[in-house]
Ligand binder design. Sequence first.
Ligand SMILES: Nc1ncnc2c1ncn2[C@@H]1O[C@H](COP(=O)(O)OP(=O)(O)O)[C@@H](O)[C@H]1O
Ligand SMILES: [Mg+2]
Length: 261
Amino acid sequence: MFLTISNVSKQYSNQNTVNQVLSDINITVNEGEFVSLLGPSGCGKSTLLSMVAGLTKPSSGEIMLQGNPITKPGKDRGMVFQQAALFPWLTVEENVMFPLKKEMDKKQAKDRAHHFLSMVQLSNFTNHSPHELSGGMQQRVAIARALAMDPTVLLMDEPFGALDEQTRSRLHVELEKIWLDTKKTILFVTHSIQESIKLSDRILVMGTRPGVILEDIKIDLPRPRTHSKEEVVALETKILKLLESEIEKVAREELAYASSR
Ligand SMILES: Nc1ncnc2c1ncn2[C@@H]1O[C@H](COP(=O)(O)OP(=O)(O)O)[C@@H](O)[C@H]1O
Ligand SMILES: [Mg+2]
């Protein structure tokens, strides 16, 4: 098995309360798959991704990548966050080269950086500063930087969450193309139903309090994908129903809590 998350739970405790964030999560991701974690805000998506990244430890259970347990961050896992986190004092090219420098000489790092910057359509911006770029372009630099390290898995935590709708759809098209070209395994966190249907082979719909996997939905639509097909609408409706009941559950609990005080 390629990536397996087995019986993973996570809780945070302070003096007198325990916050059960994730409960008994079991996930298998196959090599080359595009899998989304979809769920309401606060259901534990980022916590789960951060455990795969090795930045957070599970309270129990185990995560294995290609047969090795994940205990710390490693260059086999690339990460892209909602904010691009580029070094402002480095150029676009230098940002992508930065993690490569330990792996290869400068000339190789530069060639590699240019290859991936051209993949994200930024060949004309290699010598720009990050602050001269739009938010969408900055995210593309972050994607190029992660891909240039040739990770086994690419982990993306709401990478397009801060972008406007048009930029977002453009990047959906681009990411799908990159995925088709590179055949990377991608674990993608989002709370957008449309985004997850557009991009994923499988959507893991999450419930909340505690975070659980409610359903594993295979998206068998042909690629590259276009919008507004009947199947897409049917899928949207199905997932929305699942999530609505979760949001209602939270609202009921909050109401009960408020009236008990
Ligand atoms: N370091 C932490 N300490 C305590 N609680 C945390 C920590 N990180 C996350 N949480 C809690 O875990 C829950 C899930 O958070 P998160 O994984 O960020 O959800 P999501 O990404 O789905 O919005 C939240 O209730 C949050 O408050
Ligand atoms: Mg999050």
